[in-house]
Design a protein around this ligand. Structure first.
Ligand code: 0X9
Ligand code: ZN
Length: 515
């Protein structure tokens, strides 16, 4: 952090001329290119060609393309306006930066970010713990910082930076959040209480090889540095390698593409690291930081209009966070459909309320923007941290297992109550059991309201549990099943998604004994 970035870079970013490679390693052919569009089908076509989309507006998509892609676009009938080549941008904007190994001005390098995490863990031993979550393709350790003052099990928030090498600001925002949370603990009442009741896990650099490459060799590199088995084209796009609906939507199977998805889902060590971590931690929510476009994105992103049980909650939270950073809340696919991103997997498979922030208005804004962007986004992060005290995805594993547990408990308690009754035990035991049953039943009903269980995940769990009980045990669930039936009947009468409710009523009828 010794030198300041060449002021030409500042000028470049003001002009909005950020670019990179359609990833040929042959940088001289790369051009920032405007492609005229007429509708969202055009955006979809561009994403499906595996193009490196930088920005989407109403009438144009800005991409980074080499000469091969320029030809491809023209053949496909798109009207294109090529702008600066990558070489021109690099020469005029970055000056010596590309050669000043291991120095990125005020931006953190991988080594600096790592040193910072180590320093924080040392300075706040009671609140912060440094953890190695794995290593990269080039065997750099990938670190995370676990931050919490909780003494019990609490909701967890994951903050991840730098999937894409050239998006340096995406390191700064989670790192700043870690520093700020720790500094404010004990000084700012709200943060003190939040850290006593939440956990934050910060991974500022998930793709260290890419960051290093971008800061020392090719500033606008996007992907990781997998050697692709000796292929002349290097790198896999880490935000196309997660394993939910993995395929070729908005990605490419060609190693030369900047959205190359790799040889298989989770083929990349950096993606495996996040997978392992998420499977272990069961995060309630996450934010993955990217740049640029000033957006708060939410799943699903692998196709247009994918039904999603938590759309209401996700868009509500995105909207609330966007009030703080004044970004635009948007469904990911509505930006452009692309499979294999972190949010789709974190939400779809792990039941985590997963968001992507597209920071700023260029890849590497001037250094003075670091303070502005980090401060701007901190309150949005704190808001999500606060919100997960009461909000969770309907498919969050702890929630689903809580329902299973309650249903099982209810069935078990029914058995115990029956035993007590039959053996003439003291009424006080029986009363206790009956009270407990009542409370459990009420909790279950709450879990199963259409709002909390819009896609019926929990309902299916309940039906499975009920179906597995013997007749006596199932009796404990009958009041719940009956109440649910009348709830669904009300919904049906009100004309809300009749198909779903009539199916649920049928399933309930099969479990409720006929009197
Ligand atoms: O394309 C990406 O991976 C993200 N944008 S970036 O410019 N930082 O590369 C956006 C991902 C959003 N997800 C989907 N559209 N599925
Ligand atoms: Zn990105």
């Amino acid at each position: 952090m010794k030198f300041r970035i060449n002021c030409m870079l500042v000028a470049l970013c003001i002009m909005g001329l950020a670019t990179t490679g359609f990833t040929m390693d042959i940088a001289s052919e790369e051009r920032l290119t405007d492609v005229k569009i007429h509708n969202r089908a055009d955006v979809e076509r561009l994403a499906d060609l595996g193009l490196d989309i930088v920005e989407v507006t109403k009438d144009k998509v800005t991409i980074v393309a080499g000469s091969e892609e320029l030809r491809q676009l023209e053949t496909a009938g798109f009207s294109v306006t090529p702008m600066m080549t990558f070489a021109e941008v690099t020469r005029s904007a970055l000056g010596d930066l590309g050669r000043a190994a291991a120095d990125a001005g005020l931006y953190h390098t991988y080594d600096e970010a790592t040193a910072e995490l180590k320093r924080l863990a040392k300075e706040y031993p009671k609140l912060a713990k440094l953890e190695k979550i794995g290593q990269s393709f080039e065997k750099r350790p990938v670190y995370g910082l676990r931050i919490s003052a909780a003494t019990k099990k609490v909701p967890k928030l994951l903050l991840v930076g730098l999937h894409h090498s050239r998006e340096w600001m995406s390191v700064e925002v989670p790192l700043y959040a870690a520093k700020q949370l720790l500094a404010e603990y004990g000084n700012v009442e709200k943060i003190t209480s939040l850290l006593q009741n939440r956990e934050v896990f910060v991974v500022p650099v998930m793709n260290p090889d890419g960051l290093n490459y971008s800061q020392t060799a090719s500033s606008y590199w996007r992907k990781n540095r997998n050697d692709n088995n000796g292929n002349k084209y290097k790198g896999v796009d880490p935000n196309r390698n997660y394993g939910y609906q993995w395929g070729t939507v908005g990605a490419s199977d060609y190693p030369g593409s900047d959205t190359y998805h790799g040889t298989a889902a989770f083929s990349e060590p950096c993606n495996q690291n996040i997978k392992r971590l998420a499977e272990k931690e069961k995060f309630t929510a996450s934010i993955s930081f990217h740049s640029y476009s000033q957006l708060v994105l939410y799943p699903f992103g692998y196709g247009y209009d994918i039904p999603c049980a938590d759309t209401g909650l996700l868009s509500k939270l995105a909207g609330e966070m966007a009030k703080f950073n004044r970004y635009r809340p948007q469904n990911s696919a509505d930006l452009y459909p692309a499979m294999g991103d972190s949010d789709d997997w974190l939400y779809g498979t792990m039941g985590c309320l997963a968001f992507t922030f597209e920071l700023d208005r260029s890849f590497v804004p001037s250094e003075s923007q670091i303070a502005t962007t980090t401060k701007l986004n901190y309150p949005a992060i704190v808001h999500l941290l606060d919100a997960i005290g009461t909000s969770h995805a309907s498919n969050h594993p702890e929630h689903v297992s809580a329902v299973r547990f309650r249903a099982g408990q209810l069935a078990y308690l029914t058995g115990v109550a029956d035993y007590l009754r039959r053996n003439g035990r003291e009424a006080k035991y029986l009363d206790g059991i009956l009270n407990q049953m009542d409370a459990t039943r009420q909790d279950l009903i709450k879990d199963l309201t259409p709002v909390n269980d819009p896609d019926g995940t929990i309902f299916r769990d309940l039906v499975a549990v009920a179906g597995n009980q013997n007749d006596t045990e199932r009796m404990g669930l009958v009041p719940v099943l009956t109440d649910l039936k009348s709830l669904y009947l009300q919904e049906l009468t009100a004309g809300r998604t009749p198909a779903i409710y009539s199916r649920r009523i049928e399933a309930l009828d099969a479990l409720i004994p006929v009197e």
